[in-house]
Write a protein that binds this ligand. Sequence first.
Ligand code: ATP
Ligand code: ZN
Length: 285
Amino acid sequence: MSKLKIAVQKSGRLSEKSLQLLEECGIKFPNGGGKLITEATNFPVQILFLRDDDIPQYVEQKVADIGIVGENVLIESTKKINIVEKLGFSSCRLSLAVPKEAEYQGLEFFKNKRIATSYPNILSEYFQDQKIAVSIEVISGSVEIAPGIGLSDGICDIVSSGSTLLSNGLKEVEKVLDSQAVLVASEDLDLEKQQILQKLLFRIQSVRKAKENKYILLNVPNPKLDKIKAILPGMNSPTILPLAKEGWSSLHSVISEDKFWDVIDELKVAGAEGILVVPIEKMII
Ligand code: ATP
Ligand code: ZN
């Protein structure tokens, strides 16, 4: 039986979460121990550990069948591979930043200026669309120091909290794109590999749905049951069980974490007590 080869970042910001996702999908594998490749013991996949920048190319060339990579790296690579699932972790944005004392009034600021970046493809397309001529200085790391050492007038780099920019005397002025980790796949996988990918995708979706939802249990006086059922936007009809305490019931339902915070006050006002919110490990719907 063939195995699906999945490329993950060897060491960096995506590594831990990529491996954690596979583990949460019930896939067991020996600790890589610095090896380039490892094999899962209970699922037909091999894991290849690579630099993130190389992943799109390896997937395009079918050295790996699928991979986990940031959208920023995928788009910059311009490789012809498909995004099969957004994974919701390592969210960040690619932004333009300038020295904090600069008077910035709009994109025209960058006209004929030098911008240091590791994302020349994305950036040149962005400014072509805006019809603004800029000079792009390609550097592969520590982009944020470029204005300070006189290499450029601004930068375009990955930002999450913005603290790196701040500590280098820069301010974020425009967002170029949003990014998160995505699962990518080679364009034509054979049938057997497609089937393994479908199984993996099903598990990934179950894990992600479980994370977004909580199991909620609450005690409700019977006359208030209808009112409380109407407040709870559960995915199914809730379970209602009688409590030992006369005239009360326990109501169980599943609710998205976001919605939970919206309705918690309403639930209390409507008479719910003893509210418990419990994490869900897997969710199959
Ligand atoms: P490699 O050695 O594999 O080339 P790298 O140094 O290029 O690694 P990392 O800094 O590990 O890359 O980042 C990998 C990916 O994680 C980025 O391409 C981006 O998608 C995401 N990322 C980067 N910085 C952040 C951040 N501050 N917060 C969240 N995600 C980020
Ligand atoms: Zn990289």
